[in-house]
Write a protein that binds this ligand. Sequence first.
Ligand code: GAL
Length: 448
Amino acid sequence: MSKEQGKTDRRQFLKYAGAVGVAAAVVGAGIGWVAKPTPAPTLAEAPVVEIYHWWTSGGEKAAIDALVKVFNQKYPDITVLQSPVAGGAGGPMRAVMRSLVLAGEAPDAFQMHAGYEGKPYFDAGNLDSINDVWTEQGFAAVIPSVVQDMVKYGGDFYSVPVNIHRVNVVWYNKAVLDANGVDPAGLITWDTLIAACDKLAAAGLAHPVSIGDSGKWTDTHVLEQIMAGEGIDFYEDWVNGKVVSATDSRLVHALETFKKYLGYVNPDHSALTWDQATALVIKGDAAFNVMGDWANGEFLVAKKIYGKDYGTLAAPGTAGMYGLCIDCFQHPKGVKHPQNSKKWLAVVGSKDGQDAFNPLKGSISVRTDSDMTKYGPYQGAAISDFKAAKYMYPSVTHGSGAPEAFATKLNDIMSAFVDNKDVNAAATALTDATKAASADYTTVWKLH
Ligand code: GAL
């Protein structure tokens, strides 16, 4: 990205009024490393750094391996122990991490979304501030303030972002659309997308839309983009905990839209993983999939060419909007290898690290000085869209936008909705969940 990207943060599209408050707790890490029994207090820490993440799909694995390679080029004597916990969007890994942190066994760093997701750890005193890493590495000069604000609590830095994913993306199979005379440029409302699904179904494509991991997080992911398509005012109200009426016409309309959309999905949507759902589009067994741009990594692994084999649209109603999902690593308190943890964080935020990881991951670099020659055509378009975005909004599905208490219930509610398609019940449950979590809405988002 050029310096232009830095300008985006000067616009007032997103402002994070961070949370405050910290309690003390000390955790330690256990990684199975057996140090030689030399009781020297000055002994350097073991040459190991243990990290947890949930990047197990083809594209995700390629990306994290590329980042580890950059780390090993810089620190050939330090072994990176990767502990991946499978499960898109990180639900299973978060559960593992909570137990480890509570047991005083936090690893040296773990994948975490920017925004609300880190707040419970911060509140419990499980994180160390890493202002020193930010200063030493000069991150603040090259990372837009919109992102900086999302990785601070109480005014201090607590994590380092490794990417910016866009969540409001529809992926499509170009041959399928071309063969059926569907012009993707015309799919700018959910009604036009649904009309295209009707056309494709009439032509014999049994399930024009693919979903995987249904019942876990992907239903929420789709609903979130439909909610954003109802307008930035509505989305802002939603993430600020202000959508509290079950008869709110925008909420009801979003759920009605999602219900229609569900009429076109593959019947095995709960059995497939998210990347298997992407594969349905890659193979042409489905035409559309709404997914964050980690999906691009799967198209790349399958050697598909952007613009020739596949393409993307902004989720209907969200042109000019950029839904943000930001992965980070942090420095848990009391880790076994504190210096190596900080070395890892330095590489995570480095230009070389970002420009190795992101071209394979599908995301864009958080840095304004990234090497554009390393990025493919999808990301070229994403970077332009990011620079030109009128509004940015934090993903709720991916940890940033709303308190954990709400986000967890949201997944359960959407899982039930996919089965019963009961708009009133879902609207009531959603607004009840917001009210129940009202004390946790400590961030005031200003999205426009
Ligand atoms: C998101 C995460 C991405 C990607 C995706 C699917 O929550 O931020 O990096 O991994 O889940 O697992």
